[in-house]
Design a protein around this ligand. Structure first.
Ligand SMILES: C[S@@+](CC[C@H](N)C(=O)[O-])C[C@H]1O[C@@H](n2cnc3c(N)ncnc32)[C@H](O)[C@@H]1O
Length: 271
């Protein structure tokens, strides 16, 4: 199932992995916090509740088939995949920066499911291996010039006619920053959290699309990747991915006190 030669973690992650002392100290602090009452509550409040909201509100389970294999790309601590596995779906997870939380890891070990440290630009799986994949709240973390590579990888590992489920924060207006506190925490970008608190709600980009959006993205000309529905639809058209369903749902951000608008897109891969 896995092609070892394709496993690759990005430089940033490798740098982090190369600091064993710092990481050990951070891991110890994390373990102590995670074992404490506060840590447990935090984990539950931030991760499971959010994952439950995403799974229930997006209706993602209705897009999956039992007995078929799916890949969760950029799975983070793995809660969404874990909830879906508990519902009986076969989900493999991969993320270059984040390992599954201990509680998720334990369940995965006992059920024999797989989590890999790997990035979306280099998916370590054989061609047509999965019935479908999901990429939830991930693409806006990936440099725009890599999106085309990621899209090719997704098409490579999903069988022809299979489904890609893509969930993103999708503002109604271009440039509206719709990130949530969760977004910053999962990537450890505390700086971004502060930045968002200071600049929240301010439009950072107002994009008028006059040329193919994929070429703009590839050229790095779109830096704020919280695209609108129309911008996403333009990408799907250019990729010739048939949009079979789109569903709007919301979550509440306790820091900015705003409802964040999300959109689930279900796409049929070409034959
Ligand atoms: C906002 S989190 C979403 C996590 C998870 N999908 C969820 O919805 O709970 C974004 C995730 O994207 C991951 N990510 C960042 N760059 C990536 C890349 N190049 N390939 C795959 N995942 C990446 C981060 O490590 C992080 O776990």
């Amino acid at each position: 199932m896995i092609e070892e030669a394709r496993v690759r973690v990005p430089d940033q992650a490798q740098k982090t992995l190369k600091k064993p002392v710092v990481n050990t100290l951070l891991n110890c602090a994390g373990e102590i916090m995670g074992k404490g009452l506060f840590g447990k509550k935090l984990e539950k409040a931030l991760a499971w509740n959010r994952a439950e909201n995403v799974v229930i509100s997006s209706g993602i389970a209705y897009n999956l088939k039992k007995e078929k294999k799916y890949l969760d790309i950029g799975s983070g601590p793995g809660h969404i995949g874990q909830l879906l596995r508990r519902m009986g779906f076969d989900i493999t997870s991969c993320d270059p920066f984040v390992k599954p939380f201990a509680s998720v890891r334990k369940e995965q070990q006992s059920e024999g499911s797989l989590s890999l440290l790997s990035e979306a630009q280099h998916l370590p799986f054989k061609i047509d291996f999965f019935e479908g994949a999901m990429v939830n709240f991930v693409l806006h973390h990936i440099p725009p010039q890599d999106w085309l590579i990621v899209f090719d990888e997704i098409e490579r590992v999903i069988k022809p006619g299979g489904r890609l489920i893509l969930i993103e924060d999708v503002p109604l207006e271009a440039g509206d920053r719709a990130t949530s506190i969760w977004d910053n925490w999962t990537n450890g970008e505390i700086f971004n959290l502060l930045k968002n608190l200071i600049f929240r709600g301010k439009a950072s980009q107002n994009l008028e699309i006059k040329q193919p959006i994929l070429s703009l993205i590839a050229a790095g000309m779109i830096s704020d990747l919280h695209l609108t529905d129309d911008q996403w639809k333009q990408i799907f058209e250019e990729k010739k991915w048939e949009l079979v369903e789109s569903k709007e749902f919301f979550s509440h951000d306790p820091v900015t006190k705003k409802d964040i608008r999300h959109e689930k897109f279900v796409l049929r891969m070409p034959n």
